[in-house]
Design a protein. Structure first.
Length: 89
């Protein structure tokens, strides 16, 4: 495991870490690791959301192509009639 040394924390931030660690019944080191993992996980989620937003135009284009290639000579039954028929059984 890597060691992170010589990190200068403001006194108020260190006090908050101590209080958080005390309320969570853990050490300050464990609390810092947990906070860093949560922060990195949040960053990764944000990146994946941004990637999905960039992919939206591609997805819309693909949907359009599929819609255009779909057969139009098919007569689809009315869903209301199908539901009524199923209820009458």
């Amino acid at each position: 495991m890597a060691i992170l040394d010589n990190v200068d924390l403001p006194d108020d931030l260190y006090q908050e870490l101590q209080e958080l660690a005390r309320t969570e019944n853990s050490s300050i080191n464990a609390q810092v690791i947990t906070l860093l993992r949560n922060a990195l996980s949040a960053v990764e989620i944000q990146r994946s959301e941004q990637q999905r937003r960039r992919d939206v135009p591609k997805l819309l284009e693909e949907i359009g192509r599929r819609r255009e290639s779909r057969r139009t000579d098919i007569e689809w039954p009315d869903s209301t009639a199908l539901i009524r028929e199923d209820r009458d059984r």
